[in-house]
Design a protein around this ligand. Sequence first.
Ligand code: FCB
Length: 464
Amino acid sequence: MADHIAPPAGSAMAEPGFLWGVATASYQIEGAIDVDGRLPSIWDTFSATPGKTLGGDTGEHACEHYTRWADDVDLIAGLGVDAYRLSIAWPRVMHADGTPNPQGFDFYRRLLARLGAHGVQRYVTLYHWDLPQHLEDRGGWLNRDTAYRFADYAALVARELSGLVEGWMTLNEPWCSAFLGYGNGHHAPGLADPRFATQAMHHLLLGHGLALEAIRANDPGTPCGIVANVGRGTSDSADPADQEAARLYELQHNDWVLQPLLAGSYPTDLWDKLWPGSAPLVLPGDMDVIRRPLDFLGINYYFHSNLHSDGATGFRDVPLEGVERTQMGWEVCPQGLEDLLRRFKAVYPNLPPIYITENGMASDDTVVDGRVDDTQRQSYLKRHFAAVSRAMDAGVEVRGYFVWSLMDNFEWAFGYERRFGLVHVDYGTQVRTLKDSALAFQSFLQQRRAAATPAALTTRGDKP
Ligand code: FCB
C-alpha cells in the first residue's frame, strides 16, 4: 500500500485553510469535439495535421469527460480534495457571432453544480489553449482584435456561470501559447518566428487585462488571477557567458510574463539581446491594462534546465548527466520551485498570493492486478510539497496546490503516451484506476480532515 504523500509535519500546508486540489484542461480530457454546437479549435486543426503530435494523436475522444463528467466529479470528490481546477472550452460556449451556445453552457453548469454539491471548490480557467479556429483564421493572437474577443468571451462566461465559481483564471501559461504556438511551432497554431511570439504574448496579456475587468464587472467579488508557467534555469559553468545564458533563460521563461503583469514593463533584453528586432507593437495605455491588480497568481512548475551560451546572444540547454528525470525527460528539481518563489517575492514586491496551479510528473504507468505502482510520482510530489513549505516559511504567501493532473490525458504534442494522472486511464475502455499516488494523496487528505476541528473546516469554503 502506498505511503502518505504529505507536506512536512507542522507545515502550514497541512492546515485546513490551505487549498488542495487537482487540475485538468478542457481539450485534454473532454473529447466530443463536434457535438452540441462546439466549433473547431486550433488544437483540432493542429493535431489532425500529420507530424504534429506523437503517433498522430488528437483530442477527438480523450478521456470522454464530456459524457463521463458525473462519474469523474464523483471520482474527484472521492479523493477528498478541497478544489478542482478545470477549463472552459471557448469553442463550446460561444458561437462565431459572439452569442452564447446554451448547450455548451448547460454542460459546464451541470459539471460545476455537481462539484459544488460535493463541496468541491471550482477554480476555472478561461483559456487553456483551445482558441476557436475561426479566430485563428483572422490571425489568432497575432491580431490585436483577438484580445477584445477574449474579453467578450470572459464577460459572457462570468455572467453565465456567476455563482458557480470560487476562482477565475484568465489564461493558462501565456508563455506556451506565445512561444510554443507562435515562436517555435511545437504547439497550435504551429507558427515559428520570435517576432510572432512577442506580438502574440502582448495580445495575450492585453486580453488578460481586459478580461480581468470583464470578469469583475460580470461576477463581482469572485477572485481573479492568471496562471504562469515558470522554469528554473542555472548553469553548471562559471563562465560569465554561461551565467548570462542562464539569466536570459529565466528572463525569457519567467519575467517575460511576470514583469508586464506585476511591474507594467517588458524585460527589453528579450529584443535587445535574445531576439533582436522582435519588439512588439505596444499602444499607449496597454501596459496599464496588463498590470491591473491580480487577486492571486497561479504558478505552474515542473523542472530545472542547465544552460550554456549558444555562442551568440542566446542560450542552449545542456542536459545534466546523472540526474533524476521523468518520462518527459524533464529534470526533477524541487529546490528550483523554492528558489523561484523566493526570487519572485524579492523581485516583485507586489507579488499577489500564490496558488501552485500545476505540478506533477509523467511516468510510464501500467495497471498490474488492478494496481498502479507509481513510486516516483509519490516521491516527486512529496519533495515539491516540502519545497513550497520552505518557501512559505521564508515568507512567500502560498494558499493552495493543485496536482497536475487528476487523470492521464491528451498531453498536447506528446499525445496519450505521457501519463501525468493521479488516476490511470485505459483509453480502450475508459476505465479509471486510482494509482498508488492517488491513494496516498487521498489518505493524506483524509487524515488532515480528521485532524481538523469542525470550526476550522467551515473556513475551507471561504473565498480567498
Ligand atoms: C502544462 C500545461 C498542462 C499540461 C502540463 C504537463 O504546460 O498547462 O496542460 O500539459 O504542462
